[in-house]
Ligand binder design. Structure first.
Ligand SMILES: *Cc1c(COP(=O)(O)O)cnc(C)c1O
Length: 406
């Protein structure tokens, strides 16, 4: 079973048998990928028998369309995250078909669980018990948690200055944490050398083909949850561009299966000062000595490792990108919390900020999905910038009522 799923090189189109040792296309990958976007990223090619095998909006089981059998997945509820109808925001902004897809409800609090879940299952199927990952924070804490559920060992390379909650999560889940005196890019390259040397499975985003594939599950869910309502726009945050590729891959697969006819307009949102992919997409250039600086740590990436594939995917579906400032991100984060009860992390709020910025070009009737990828409690440092702590008061009811003018 599942032997008819193949790898496909996003650069040259060649197919390969799925193999735990194969990560990038041997014909296209750079000899030394250090500090560069990855060439020869592999995605999963669905078996030909699935082509147009479904009818529009028919029921389906997502596991039929993943390359690993269900029995290998750890028993943890990943995905199936809520699609929320934010009544107050819908009214205030006059978008009655605006929805929030909140992936902060995943077991470790972020969208990354979708990828880790499939990577863990893949490792289990291939009898590998050690998984290595470099991460700005969420992929690490995610892999640590999912590996714990599966009884696997996680080795984590993380910048030492990652948000504390994400570092603690890794330790709490019992992973081996290797904090790096350097940024994410350094951690990324080092972890590749480490997995090369040890033979452990590397889960780095884009590098491991299961990461894009795992992330496609959100698109399948959205189709079900929207229940025949049209999706015109999806806004999502972009760092390395794997969430972006995963979501697009999901819709391309749905179209291949025959479940949809059209692919929604997908808008990737980056922080103004972490805009590697934006520049690559619109200006056709890679700025390799780029230094990202944004409050949204999960999308703070100097070099987008998935740049070639993400741009290829965006062009295939005629997608767009947009930039937002840190100020706009923080305002969006605070607005979302106050008006919907969803406290998401800054990177996720970037999606919403992107929608607000582009709003005037979007029809009020359009179906709009905002992908909120991570939980706000993962980075209270950033959130604390928009809140004011009230002064402590004496435990005296009358005094409190007077102070609150009630
Ligand atoms: C990783 C991450 C992103 C960005 O995903 P990329 O694949 O790097 O573009 C956005 N939001 C959260 C919460 C993340 O953890």
């Amino acid at each position: 079973m599942k032997n008819d799923f193949l790898y496909k090189c996003e650069s040259c189109g060649r197919n390969f048998k799925i193999d735990k040792k194969l990560m990038l296309c041997p014909f296209c990958a750079d000899e030394n990928p250090e500090g560069k976007p990855l060439r020869g990223v592999l995605t999963i090619q669905l078996p030909g028998k699935y082509y147009q095998s479904k009818k529009i909006n028919q029921d389906f089981d997502i596991y039929d369309y993943l390359p690993v059998e269900k029995k290998y997945f750890p028993k943890l509820n990943v995905g199936d995250t809520p699609l929320i109808e934010p009544e107050i925001i819908q009214k205030e902004l006059e978008y009655k078909n605006l929805f929030l897809k909140f992936d902060g409800t995943n077991p470790t609090g972020s969208f990354k669980d979708r990828a880790s879940y499939l990577v863990s299952a893949f490792a289990k199927k291939n009898k590998v018990n050690e998984i290595v990952v470099a991460s700005t924070g969420n992929a690490a804490s995610s892999m640590a948690g999912i590996a714990a559920a599966a009884g696997q060992k996680a080795f984590i390379f993380m910048p030492q200055n990652a948000p504390k909650a994400k570092l603690i999560q890794c330790l709490q889940y019992g992973a081996t944490l290797i904090p790096i005196k350097g940024d994410y890019d350094k951690a990324f390259d080092l972890s590749l050398k480490f997995s090369d040397k040890t033979g452990f499975l590397n889960r780095n985003t884009a590098f491991n083909p299961m990461t894009i594939e795992g992330k496609k599950t959100v698109s399948f869910e959205l189709l079900k949850q929207m229940n025949r309502k049209k999706i015109n726009y999806i806004f999502l945050p972009v760092g390395d561009g794997v969430v972006l590729s995963g979501v697009i891959k999901g819709f391309l697969d749905l179209k291949y299966l025959g479940l949809i006819r059209e692919i929604p307009q997908i808008v990737g949102v980056q922080a103004e000062k972490s805009s590697f992919l934006y520049k690559a997409f619109y200006k056709n250039k890679f700025v390799l000595n780029y230094k990202a600086v944004t409050i949204a740590d999960s999308i703070s990436v100097n070099i987008a490792r998935n740049a070639y594939t993400a741009i290829h995917h965006l062009k295939t579906i005629n997608g767009k990108m947009i930039l937002v400032s840190d100020q706009e991100i923080l305002e969006a984060q605070s607005y979302l919390s106050r008006k919907s009860g969803i406290f998401c992390e800054p990177s996720s709020a970037a999606s919403f900020a992107g929608f607000v910025k582009m709003g005037k070009n979007i029809s009020k009737d359009d179906g709009v999905i905002i992908l909120l990828t991570g939980h706000g409690l993962k980075d209270i440092e950033s959130a604390s910038k928009t809140v004011k702590f009230p002064k402590p008061v004496e435990p005296d009811l009358n005094l409190i009522l007077k102070k609150l003018k009630i």
